[in-house]
Ligand binder design. Structure first.
Ligand code: AMP
Length: 187
């Protein structure tokens, strides 16, 4: 099964994705986590990505698509994956369709976590105080929200035509959100 979790920064993709991947018995792949690890390790990928990440901009498609291809070609990706934070552009969505299609697979579900904008900013500022992520400052948060609306939301129209979009209310209790997600990807 190939499941994508989409949502604005702060919508809970990582938290919910981790629990859902465990429930479904498939690995969770977070492009954000992979990129942060690469930055920390000082790899060429990390060096390429850091400037974009700190500014709250998307890392270029070809870099991300290369990363995803590697994962989907590896043992980790063969039996299904839950992706969080990917795809974020139409070009990425088209690329993953192509890569999965080469192996006779497809995207089964795209779950969209919907959270009010005010709540998103509050959550991200709270995370900034707790985790100290370098892109959780107000300027970067505002840019990431704008990037989400401008570059990632158009993906919904792309996936709507495939009939795979599942909208999930992402406000409130973590367990309740998880239950809604499970129902959404069960069909
Ligand atoms: P996230 O942890 O998903 O919020 O991602 C943190 C940052 O990593 C984003 O603001 C982007 O700079 C970068 N990033 C993560 N995933 C992607 C992606 N699929 N495409 C482009 N940039 C990404």
């Amino acid at each position: 099964m190939y499941v994508m979790i989409l949502g604005a920064p702060g919508s809970g993709k990582g938290t919910q994705g981790k629990i859902l991947a465990g429930h479904l018995g498939i690995p969770q792949v977070s492009t954000g986590d992979l990129l942060r690890a690469a930055v920390k390790a000082g790899t060429p990928l990390g060096k390429q990505a850091q400037g974009y990440m700190d500014k709250g901009l998307l890392v270029p498609d070809e870099v991300i698509i290369g990363l995803i291809r590697e994962i989907l070609d590896s043992d980790t990706g063969r039996g299904g994956v839950l992706m969080d934070g990917f795809p974020r552009t139409v070009a990425q969505a088209e690329a993953v369709d192509r890569i999965l299609g080469e192996k006779g697979n497809r995207v089964d579900h795209v779950a969209l976590l919907e959270v009010d904008e005010q709540e998103l900013v509050q959550r991200l500022l709270a995370r900034a105080a707790k985790e100290g992520r370098s892109d959780d400052n107000l300027e970067s948060i505002e840019r990431r929200l704008r990037v989400f609306h401008e570059q990632t939301e158009p993906l919904l129209a792309y996936y709507e035509t495939q009939g795979v979009v599942r909208r999930v209310a992402g406000m409130g209790d973590i367990d309740a959100i998880q239950q809604r997600l499970r129902v959404a990807v069960a069909g």
